[in-house]
Write a protein that binds this ligand. Structure first.
Ligand code: GLA
Length: 406
């Protein structure tokens, strides 16, 4: 009953009454996706360790289960592009590359399920996937049925090689076929990423999550471009998000080559403020412990997974400092608790930032319990007008949770 009330409040905030109702992704999906780290490496002859093959996914699934990622909430592992054979089989059904996936997809799905994880797959609405493998166009029903039979729990449906009209018709139609299979399958659409003026009313009704901006790459520039896009367009984007339907700013690149320790914390913090899907794309076989620690930070993950599902916003910029805020539980009448990320976009030294909670819009007369989510320090209790000073590293972040005191 309490949860229902929470969901209703969130729906009211989001302002959309008719969201997709497959009952899935009530909090942003969490998992692992191959693309950003492993791309379309199909060279299993010379690079068998890194190529897109069943071995790679089995190794990652094992590590997700054994190394604490599943316990932290990352409960899905997904293929991305380049798993397919170039031809359909004689019955017109999709098939994987026989050399790289010799056991077939159902066996891989079974293995993934045996580790307690959900299994995700990638396809494309058009004639071809972005990397040129067979797309689902003209085979929508067959392919939805195939995926359900194979034990797929999550699908990322890309939009290369399809027209705007084909997307506007095809994404809902494929979603209908998925629903008709009766298998619960989380539906990730790239539909708005390929359109200038997406029909979000239809997208929210159809998809559990959607990409709507550039592909992420392994660099701080890429991460900040995405952060700026979400901040600059927050009036349009933030109201779209809520339980069951999320904006997807793309994968977490934490643990790869392009982000420093501080920058990795920044990606984790801002993605959580944005109620973004937390989909890692990293080699879990050799990730450094400090990055694993960031990915498994349960207090930041709890912000991302807050049941209200309200997407946060960039409240203000002052010099190189940005304040990002997200309303979260616990709530007390009209008052929310808040997650706050204070981001330093500068490139000089750590910067001291002084502010009051009142300046950020927190006015509860009972005060707030304030905790630093990345540092193991004891929290403090603050009234709205009490001064607070934090030190924020260049391209780094301080993330606080300010919980309402009763
Ligand atoms: C598009 C998507 C990426 C990835 C590639 C695969 O660019 O946005 O996330 O899936 O296709 O080819």
């Amino acid at each position: 009953m309490k949860l229902l009330a929470v969901v209703l409040v969130a729906a009211a905030w989001a302002g959309f009454g008719s969201a997709l109702d497959n009952g899935l992704a009530l909090t942003p999906p969490m998992g692992w996706l191959a693309w950003e780290r492993f791309r379309c490496n199909i060279d299993c002859v010379n690079d068998s360790y890194n190529c897109i093959s069943q071995n790679l996914f089995m190794q990652m699934a094992e590590l997700m289960a054994d190394e604490g990622y599943l316990n932290a909430g990352y409960d899905m592992i997904s293929l991305d592009d380049c798993w397919l054979a170039h031809e359909r089989d004689q019955q017109g059904r999709l098939q994987p590359d026989p050399n790289r996936f010799p056991s077939g997809i159902p066996a891989l799905a079974n293995f993934v399920h045996s580790k307690g994880l959900k299994f995700g797959i990638y396809e494309d609405l058009g004639t071809k996937t972005c990397a040129g493998y067979p797309g689902v166009l003209n085979h929508l029903e067959t392919d939805a049925n195939t995926f359900a039979e194979w034990g797929v729990d999550y699908i990322k449906l890309d939009g290369c090689y399809s027209s705007h009209e084909q997307m506007d018709e095809g994404y809902p139609e494929f979603g209908m076929h998925l629903n008709n299979t009766k298998r619960p399958i989380v539906y990730s659409c790239s539909w708005p990423a390929y359109q200038n003026d997406p029909n979000y009313t239809a997208i929210i009704k159809t998809c559990n999550l959607w990409r709507n901006f550039n592909d992420i790459a392994d660099s701080w520039t890429s991460v900040t471009t995405i952060i700026d896009h979400y901040g600059d367009n927050q009036d349009a984007l933030a109201p779209l998000a809520g339980p069951g339907h999320w904006n997807d700013p793309d994968m977490l690149i934490i643990g790869n080559f392009g982000l420093s320790y501080d920058q990795a914390k920044t990606q984790m913090a801002i993605w959580s403020i944005l109620a973004a899907p937390l989909i890692m794309s990293v080699d879990l076989r050799d990730i450094r412990p400090e990055f694993k620690f960031i990915l498994q930070n349960h207090r930041v993950i709890a912000i991302d997974q807050d049941p209200l599902g309200i997407q946060g916003r960039r409240l203000k910029k002052s010099g190189s400092i940005e304040f990002w805020l997200r309303p979260v539980t616990p709530v007390d009448n009209d008052n929310h608790s808040y997650a706050v990320a204070i981001l330093n976009r500068g490139d000089s030294t750590p910067t001291r930032v002084s502010f009051t909670l009142k300046e950020l819009g927190m006015t509860s007369a009972k005060g707030y319990w304030v905790e630093d989510l990345f540092e193991e320090v004891v929290g403090i209790s603050l009234m709205p007008s009490d001064p607070l000073t934090v030190s924020v590293n260049p391209s780094g972040v301080v993330m606080l949770k300010c919980s309402l005191l009763k």
